[in-house]
Design a binder for this molecule. Structure first.
Ligand SMILES: [Zn+2]
Length: 80
């Protein structure tokens, strides 16, 4: 999956909807939280890997632990 493509995200069987504009398409990237940034986000007890979802509509950023999210590109959605 290319990181340049917009994706929809599913967590715990529910689509991740943007809390601001209600959109469902995101730019995403996987990040590894260094101890410094993990402290910043207050997630030291969780996995150091996280997925950043940036809403393609309004730019609101949401942060998820890696492994809890299913990301699908438009192409993958059409195949289902
Ligand atoms: Zn949004």
């Amino acid at each position: 999956m290319a990181a340049k493509e917009q994706v929809t995200a599913t967590a715990a069987g529910k689509y991740v909807m943007c809390g601001h504009c209600g959109g469902g398409w995101y730019w995403w990237r996987k990040i590894v939280l260094s101890s410094g940034s993990a402290s910043f986000f207050d997630v030291e007890v969780f996995s150091p890997e996280a997925i950043v979802l940036s809403c393609s509509g309004c730019g609101k950023i949401q942060l998820f632990e890696s492994g809890t999210l299913e990301l699908r590109t438009q192409q993958e959605q059409q195949q289902r």
